[in-house]
Design a protein around this ligand. Sequence first.
Ligand code: NAD
Length: 354
Amino acid sequence: MTRQLNVVPFVSVDNMMKLVLSVGVERFLAELADTVEEDFRRWAIFDKTPRVASHSDEGVIELMPTSDGTTYGFKYVNGHPKNTRDGRQTVTAFGVLADVGNGYPMLLTEMTILTALRTAATSAMAAKHLARPDSRVMALIGNGAQAEFQALAFKAILGVDRLRLYDIDPDASAKCRRNLAGFGFDIVTCGSVAEVVESADIVTTVTADKQNATILTDNLVGAGLHINAVGGDCPGKTELHADILRRSDIFVEYPPQTRIEGEIQQLAPDHPVTELWQVITGEVAGRRDASAITLFDSVGFAIEDFSALRYVRAKLAGTGFFEDLDLLADPDEPRDLFGMLLRAAAPAKGLVPA
Ligand code: NAD
């Protein structure tokens, strides 16, 4: 029996960075958006459940599982807005892809970088279907870890080339501007929300605060705007004033999860929303006309992580950007698990009965 059955490819943070850079960030985002879109088209076949969330005073830890019947995936992810004060990330993650046929893991990978990429790719994919096609100017409110990924996804997928930045911490905007300097954007840093939304075709809110914040008020939202609301993704953690929601056509990932976690937790439980996958398959119209306000109430759903995991697995082939992890016990005789343990201990005298 081959010993390779116990080996699972593991993608470390270092190898994920090498993989992303070898593909190119914008190409990676565009291909990942295509993969997410492909999986949204076959939405019906997936197992779907709201993620399992464990809330605490400072944040949340979540498990996000799904399966397409052939492959199973899950992500572990946290959200702790105060973490950056201690030098930690607000969001970290790792994930697994497994073979439904035998239950064996096929991939274990970091997903902190991958979550930023899949969130941005999904946002831009949604905006491709919902924003006005001539959209070129994006206001980016919240310039933390996710911000540059959002900017580059909107450039790669929609051709957004003018960015307006705002963050309550000017150092975050300066960091974002510095990081995006070589990517061909025309960038303006703004001193207020009112200033940043001026002339914007798309507004992305990607702030982190564990409260019902009002990042954007109704008077700042003009006709024809597309809002990509990313930061409100937990009960009691929202970014938009409820009046904006009442004027918008709202698009969501998976309603049973978004009703609990998204901006729409502020609305009546039967307020009409459209599922994004239905727009992608053409079952339901997206943007009605050039003056409609469209809102993608993003919370992040397990199928997007599944898409990211399967994209990474496909991309790994032929690269050296992974390690073989000895993750699974693999005795020569499958039922002799204890015998394998005994044989491993044999050289250490006294551990094995004579
Ligand atoms: P981060 O902590 O690195 O950055 C957040 C930024 O928001 C900080 O720079 C902070 O100064 C700024 N900010 C906070 N309050 C603000 C305000 N009132 N106005 C303007 N700026 C403000 O966090 P991150 O990793 O970039 O994540 C951002 C948010 O996105 C988090 O809330 C996270 O939970 C969420 N998120 C959502 C998804 C999704 O799929 N929807 C995926 C990943 C992360």
